[in-house]
Design a binder for this molecule. Structure first.
Ligand code: NAD
Length: 453
């Protein structure tokens, strides 16, 4: 499989892809290794993960350059991601032993306790946009809990996947406990045919739904972290309209808008609409687009070429229905899969840009007259990942947030993930939770003991 640098369109590596036989060999190896791994005390497994975290941080520059080369993510944002992902390791360090320990629920003639046992060998099919963040959410938590992991990095982040594997091995995770399979969707399909004890997927709704249906008859846990169409509502009482616009723009355009929890649509109260729009457009026009390897680049290339056509189609659809193009709108004429950061105003819900996941540097901004209208529009979506409100009034903001059917809500912040609280999507945004104590328990199954003296 040729790995193409999306910013230069050059082939930077050629990797051997897996096939049915190699997948089956790897699975057999993991099946044997998992039993020995699960028999170790949690603290021994945890110490490997802590060592891994340290090794990743020691190698941060090299790893960031690899991620940037294969995804087009600006180098500084690659560094930020790798540095930030370390909070998952810290979370496990503090919490894994507590949440994996057996619990005595009742003592008496017949005592009762719960023991948390690993699922076994799990399949982790993953996305390319934040390979460390979304990867760690699954494979680190699964490993600490005593599972073996067959990890399929995205075909757009495979070099990163192999680096992660090598560093896990170097940290003491045995080679028969963590292994990668390399390839495109068809190789992911081989995992669905295999006899795995759980499927943990990060990616699009379309693939996630397909996977859930395909493995349903196996009756093993299936967890899905999928896409979003995350709204932001800016109320008329924000303390600083300009700052709100700057923060909103970052939430929409960070990582080129290729974040599952990126702000994908913005509603602004009519009383501050003009000022917000002006500051927002000025901020976006100041973003530097260019070589992602350069320190001051904020907008790198898209990771996948076909996404550019989806974005151009959304822009065309919106402008043909009356939207106003205030910034960007085109693919710049240069090598690489670049797309100008684009701002559309005067948009509505008859336009694709307000209804379908853009997953790129394109945003629609719509004027609203009150909280009720904003809430109704925010709820008008098939997705349910995150939603945000900017306001100086927490009570007013929480009134809106409590009525939203999403797994995460934000007041005066956005595009944020923390290991202290669960990460979960509702509706077409997913099934199940990673992170927090729920994300630790996601990789174990309870065994109830009834013990009569
Ligand atoms: P994708 O669905 O195209 O691919 C994801 C993975 O699935 C890849 O490894 C791919 O090879 C594999 N795959 C594709 N077809 C398959 C098949 N038929 N059988 C088995 N595996 C198959 O998604 P993507 O482009 O990598 O990721 C972008 C999407 O992921 C966006 O929608 C984004 O919002 C979402 N995402 C969600 C979260 C979250 O936490 N909720 C995090 C990151 C990304």
């Amino acid at each position: 499989m040729n790995i193409i640098n999306p910013a230069t369109e050059e082939v930077i590596a050629t990797l051997e892809i897996d096939n049915q036989e190699s997948v089956s060999d790897k699975l057999n190896l993991l099946r044997a290794g998992q039993k020995k791994w699960a028999a170790l005390p949690v603290e021994d497994r945890l110490s490997c993960i802590v060592r891994f975290g340290d090794l990743v941080q020691e190698n941060i520059k090299r790893l960031a350059e690899i991620m940037t080369a294969e995804t087009g993510k600006p180098l500084q944002q690659s560094i930020n991601e790798i540095r930030g992902a370390q909070n998952r390791v810290e979370h496990l360090k503090l919490n894994a032993e507590k949440w994996l320990a057996s619990e005595i629920m009742h003592e008496g003639d017949t005592s009762e306790k719960i023991v948390y046992e690993p699922l076994g060998v799990i399949g982790n099919i993953s996305a390319w946009n934040f390979p460390y963040n979304v990867g760690y959410n699954v494979f680190l938590y699964a490993l600490v809990s005593g599972n073996a992991v067959l990890y399929k990095p995205s075909e757009f982040a495979s070099m990163t996947g192999l680096e992660i594997r090598d560093l896990l091995w170097k940290s003491g995770v045995p080679q028969d406990v963590f292994e990668c399979v390399i390839g495109e969707g068809n190789v992911g399909g081989m995992l669905l045919e295999a006899d795995l004890d759980g499927y943990f997927f990060t990616g699009s709704y379309k693939t996630g739904k397909y996977i859930a249906e395909k493995v349903a008859s196996k009756l093993v846990p299936v967890q899905l972290e999928l896409g979003g169409k995350d709204p932001l509502y800016v109320m008329d009482d924000v303390a600083d309209v300009e700052q709100a616009a700057i923060n909103a723009a970052e939430g929409a355009f960070y990582n080129n808008g290729q974040s599952c929890c990126a702000i994908e649509r913005i509603y602004v109260h009519e009383d501050i609409y003009d000022g917000f729009l002006k500051a927002f457009v000025q901020e976006v026009k100041g973003y530097k687009l260019g070589d992602p390897m350069l320190e001051d680049t904020f907008i790198g290339s898209l990771t996948r070429l076909p996404q550019r056509d989806i974005l151009l189609d959304q822009i065309k659809d919106a402008t043909s229905k009356g939207a106003e193009l205030l910034a960007g709108g085109n693919a710049p004429e240069r090598k690489g899969y670049f797309m100008e950061p684009t701002v559309l105003a005067n948009v509505n819900h008859n336009m694709k840009v307000m209804m379908e996941e853009s997953f790129g540097p394109v945003i629609g901004i719509q004027k609203v007259s009150n909280d009720e209208e904003a809430l109704e529009l925010m709820q008008d979506t098939e997705y349910g990942l995150t939603a945000a409100v900017f306001s100086s009034d927490q009570q007013r903001a929480e009134k809106v947030l409590s009525n939203l059917n999403t797994g995460t809500v934000y007041w005066n912040c956005c595009d944020r993930v923390s290991p202290n609280v669960p990460w979960s999507g509702r509706k077409n945004s997913g099934l199940g939770s990673t992170l927090s104590f729920m994300g630790i328990r996601a990789f174990v199954q309870p065994k109830a003991y009834h013990l009569r003296k």
